[in-house]
Write a protein that binds this ligand. Structure first.
Ligand SMILES: [Zn+2]
Length: 177
């Protein structure tokens, strides 16, 4: 048994977050270990979802757990997830572990049908019109190099990127002390 690890989460404007990451060809022990570490990192950070892009890994992997007090824990570990169909429109407030301190309203499909491979390599298809539909769209965006502020108006996007760049510079300056 290997020990799980909390991974470092990249923050905007880290260039890796702009990268479209690669499909997983073989489900190796390394891939399974990364999914375990991603789940650990997601829970540690109180996130509901995490994409491999956010921890600097060039693979199409996502973990999601949208459970709360009422709903029991259900961890989804997904390999090569993709949207098959989307329907309707819904504006909803989002935040992101890679975009600290910013929340804003994003328009996305209300319902989606998506597929992925589970850790046994079995294809799973899920149809959802709730929170899971929202989170999977956000996470697949990460795999394509898109963060939620990229989906806002050009003005808002510019303001947020400027703020995040300033904060990143401040973090670097602090580290030099
Ligand atoms: Zn995110």
């Amino acid at each position: 048994m290997s020990v799980m690890a909390v991974l470092n989460i990249l923050k905007v404007p880290d260039p890796f977050l702009k990268k479209k990451v690669k499909k997983v060809q073989d489900i190796t022990p390394e891939v399974l270990k990364i999914l375990d570490d991603m789940a650990e990192t997601m829970y540690y950070s109180n996130g509901v979802g995490l994409a491999a892009s956010q921890v600097g890994i060039d693979m199409r992997l996502v973990t999601i757990d949208i459970s709360n007090e009422e709903r029991k824990s259900e961890l989804l570990k997904m390999i090569n997830p993709e949207i098959m169909e989307g329907g309707g429109e819904l504006v909803m407030e989002e935040g992101c572990l890679s975009v600290p301190g910013i929340r804003d309203e994003v328009k996305r499909f209300k319902s989606v049908k998506f597929r992925y491979l589970d850790t046994d390599g079995v294809e799973r298809v899920i149809d959802d019109d709730g929170l899971l539909a929202r989170v999977i769209q956000h996470e697949i965006d990460h795999l394509d190099g898109i963060v939620f502020i990229d989906r806002l108006s050009p003005l808002k996007k510019a303001i947020y990127y400027r703020r995040l760049k300033k904060e990143a510079k401040k973090r670097r300056d602090e580290l030099k002390m």
